[in-house]
Design a protein around this ligand. Structure first.
Ligand code: FAD
Length: 418
């Protein structure tokens, strides 16, 4: 059988793969998107049932299409986001082949291009773009053994409270996923312990404008490196319930027990670092610094925005943070489940080319790898803070399409007849 040949192969049919396709279409570059499941599958099935976008519909979208039938200031439910990308693929006539998994990619010896082994045969491609997601492989710190008798699951496997065995839940990690899941479990009547690490918690809205707007005008989406010392700081932000600022004091008021970083587990007892108050203080400081920057921006630009002095009123620490639990006997406390909202890693084990560091992290500049013809898209901080988010990936895809077009034009110089 002749081997199928394609100029540029995009692996992954999420938002990154579609953005890439749109810009390649713009350059007239022949390409194919291979998606192992369905378009935007992770939005469909790899997130909890009640998830809504973290940004309002006017912002968390691609420039060339708005969400229909949803208030631009509302937060789209996860299935609406998946529907949006399906409709987008149709709108741009993206050449997406679903149900085909890329199993291995390697450089072809002795000539240009890559051999791509898929679940549906072999393809040869001159370029390969890995658009397999910023959050591919759940990370669970090795604290509790698998045979501990406790139910343990990662946030990517959580669907709803009914899925968990009866009893309390320890949610480890208080970024956007952890706080939203913990709040949902508490509302469902569960005893919830939330392990809170260093975090930022920007105001959902300030002086009438959403956080995503402030991030935009303050240049924070476009920041090219994380602030020094804040590289591993999670961001607690939520669009749930119409969009509320994440407020740990309020969560505690609703009966949630906050604890510091989860440190170790022995003899059924979990230990926590004595850092809860510090972590909350760090979140408060970040919160206030955003207000300061926003006020400064409004002043310098002469914006007539409503004042919001109440936003600066931060209440006293909750009792659980003043005298924090440092140990918890999980069985005695009735905790049957540990829900790890501890983030993700990448897995490029299928990509057998020379552009990875010793830890398997891709080496690249703005997505252009050290292996000519291999590109990455959608990774956190690929070029800037916005890179792994809906609106940001579209702009990174444009840059990569430009690079591929530039290389195509150089190679065209090799053509014999001119
Ligand atoms: C809980 C959560 C909430 C989020 N909320 C928001 C939000 O509100 N706003 C926002 O802007 N961002 C949000 N993000 C961040 C980001 O937008 C999403 O992670 C988004 O799914 C990333 O899109 P992507 O196309 O880069 O990757 P993915 O959506 O992960 O898509 C990659 C695709 O590649 C496919 N694939 C993987 N390996 C292969 C293979 N070997 N062969 C073929 N196909 C393969 C997968 O099936 C998948 O469909 C959120 C992330 C999480 C985890």
């Amino acid at each position: 059988m002749p081997v199928e040949k394609i100029q540029t192969l995009i692996v992954g049919g999420g938002q990154a793969g579609l953005a890439m396709s749109e810009h390649l279409i713009g350059h007239g570059i022949e390409h194919l998107v291979l998606e192992r499941h369905r378009i935007a599958e992770r939005w469909r099935t790899e997130r909890w049932d009640s998830l809504v976008a973290n940004g309002p519909a006017w912002h968390d979208r691609f420039p060339n299409r708005e969400f229909t039938d949803i208030d631009p200031d509302a937060f789209a439910a996860k299935d609406r986001v998946a529907d949006y990308f399906e409709a987008y693929a149709e709108m741009i006539a993206a050449p997406v082949r679903c149900g085909v998994e890329v199993l291995e990619v390697g450089r072809i010896e002795g000539r240009a291009g890559f051999r791509v082994e898929t679940s549906d045969g072999v393809i040869e491609a001159a370029n390969v773009i890995a658009a397999t997601g910023p959050f591919q492989k759940p990370v669970i710190p090795p604290i509790v053994a698998d045979d501990s008798g406790l139910t343990q699951l990662h946030s990517n496997a959580y669907k709803n409270p009914d899925q968990l065995p009866a009893g309390g839940v320890l949610v480890v990690g208080a970024g956007s996923s952890g706080v939203q899941i913990a709040a949902e479990l508490r509302r469902a009547g569960r005893d919830v312990y939330l392990s809170v690490g260093p975090h930022n918690r920007p105001p959902r809205r300030y002086r009438g404008l959403d956080n995503v707007w402030w991030l935009g005008v303050l240049g924070k989406w476009d920041a090219q490196v994380a602030e020094q010392g804040k590289e591993h700081v999670t961001i607690a932000v939520s669009g749930a319930d119409g969009g509320e600022t994440v407020d740990f004091r309020e969560l505690a008021e609703h009966g949630m027990t906050l604890v510091g970083m989860t440190a170790s587990f022995k003899g059924g007892v979990m230990t926590f670092a004595p850092d809860l108050a510090d972590n909350i203080a760090m979140g408060d400081a970040d919160f206030l610094s955003v207000l300061d920057e926003a006020d400064d921006y409004a002043l310098r630009h002469g914006l007539d925005l409503p004042d919001e002095p109440d936003a600066r009123r931060i209440g006293p620490l909750p009792a659980c943070a003043i005298d924090p639990l440092l140990e918890l006997d999980l069985a005695a406390a009735g905790v049957a489940t540990i829900l790890w909202a501890t983030g993700f890693a990448v897995d490029f084990s299928w990509l057998k080319v020379d552009t990875f560091d010793a830890d398997g992290r891709p080496r690249h500049q703005r997505g252009v790898s050290e292996e000519p013809g291999v590109y990455f898209l959608g990774l956190p901080w690929l070029s800037r803070r916005g890179s792994s988010f809906i609106w940001g990936v579209w702009h990174d895809a444009r840059f990569i399409a430009d690079q591929i077009a530039i290389q195509r034009d150089y190679l065209a110089q090799l053509a014999p007849a001119r």
